[in-house]
Design a protein around this ligand. Sequence first.
Ligand code: ACM
Length: 629
Amino acid sequence: MKIRIMVLMIAAAYLNVSNAQQLNIIPAPYAETKGNGTYHLAKNISIVNNGASAELVNEIGNELRQATAKEVRIGGKAGAIVLSIIKEETIGKEGYFLEVNEKGIQVKANTNAGLFYGWQTVKQLLPAAIYSNKNNGSFDWVLPYVKIMDKPRFGWRGLMLDVSRHFFSKADVKVFIDDMARYKYNRFHWHLTDDQGWRIEIKSLPKLTEVGAWRAERKGKWMNTTTPSVTEPTTYGGFYTQEDIKEIVAYAKSKFIEVIPEIDIPGHSLAMLAAYPQLSTTPHYPYQVNVGEEFMDWEGINGHATAKIDNALDPSNELVYQYLDQVFGEIALLFPFEYIHMGGDENAKNNWEKSANVQALMKKEGLKNQNEVQSYFIRRVQKIINNKGKKMIGWDEILEGGLSGDAAVMSWRGIEGGINAAKQGHKVVMSPNGYNYLDFYQGEITAEGTVYAGLRMKKTYSFDPIPEGIDSNLILGNQGNQWTEQLQTMRNVQYMTWPRALAIAETSWSPKSKKNWPNFVEKVEGQFEKLAAANVKYAVSMYDPIVTTHLNTKGELIVNMEGEIDGLKIYFSMDDSMPDHFSGEYTKPFVVPEDVSVLRVISYRNNKPLGKMLSIPMESLKKRATKVL
Ligand code: ACM
């Protein structure tokens, strides 16, 4: 509390807080004020380095040179940009002070990370072209006078990328990391293994990638794909060599991002089992890397997943632990971060139940049920990971049957797992699927790629990672997860990630008191230009009206529409024409006559169309009518 009051006093003294105006900065800074005036970068730019790493300052110089085509010189005692390492406890390890005034741009921080974040803020204040590496010649590089004191709310600000369901090249992964760094994310969770591919070279177990990284190629809808024949060539896939991994880890580090590798076990292991079938309780099954065909009833009996093809490692087989020791041994040497993620989610236990060896293990170890068997497996894995000098983190299922030691929990099935883990004293990263799952469609269902659930950015933005009554020190932070069953290209990954990941960035970095949905939406609209300049594909789904229907007591279909964001006018047609702002304006719920085939809808603001036109077929309108009112 003492520190908090001190921080507020310093912020108030440093800034004229009462004069604060909104600047277009995502995530919102801790405290900022806009001055009267603007600073224009001169023809030649000099950068003064007071104690920052040469690597960071050179990188900033290169970015400026590439974007502005100006001459940029590093060195000297006076310059347009001054980067200084200072000692100031109140801004912590990642905070910074930024001042732009008639002298230029001054960034101060305790660490290089703080200076890096200060520089990200500077770029957001400059014209969007700063994100483009094109030669912008005589462009006016101008930014407003500001005073900013900033520091993050959470130490873990993460995004996860699944590279198993579809493989993404090293260049793609670097793009994903670049996109994260702009918004002050600092944890890249790399989902490296799953049923559809093993993506990391393990030198002592070469078949993991020789076999596990490749599958038959399929286009089309996930879970409806045809099962490959045993002779079909496995041409689709790929993996990262250990040299690739080192390169990515170093690349992320240069942007102050730590990499958390995930090896998803004991379930989600079909790729590993395709390489080494002897690690399952059904070793004679003709295993293949899954191509996206259905093999699992995810809900199963009593809400537990049931495997039609056994994708779980055998917890009673010592060879499993020996191989995992080899896997985590090599992984621990490649990833410097303190945590290794071991998955632990959605493990179907129906094949364990049938195994005589598992039953013998239960008897020997006094395990009463399959949750306790899983817990036994998790404890063995935890010991392996700890022996490699690392801490274990896993999805919230690792709590089932008991969890011990310094294991951390990533809460994905809502926040309950996180609450239970924190109550037991475990550290928690919040990534609830109802708020932070970036693979869910983000606007009108008929205008997006089909996925099994939807999630509007407004809901993502509303999330608070600290549940009531929970010790906030145990909540490490907040994370968005990008699963890629439906995503085959980095452009599509970007479309699903942005702008929703802007909402997660603000929740992860900014004080709760600075969060404000209408202000955020205004800033997002400003960021669209910047994302475009950076060649990032983004969704404009926040302009899609939220279209719901119900049946009235006469059996008529009633349509209701509302904006996800304020200030839109919604126009529609029911005669198969293309509506514009001279068409009918939506003002209140109305009846859709039985003969209508399609409802078309478009949003406008200030007489300008925004987003995309929706064309919603009658059957979709009928299907979503869940209630009779
Ligand atoms: C998960 O989404 N299965 C962690």
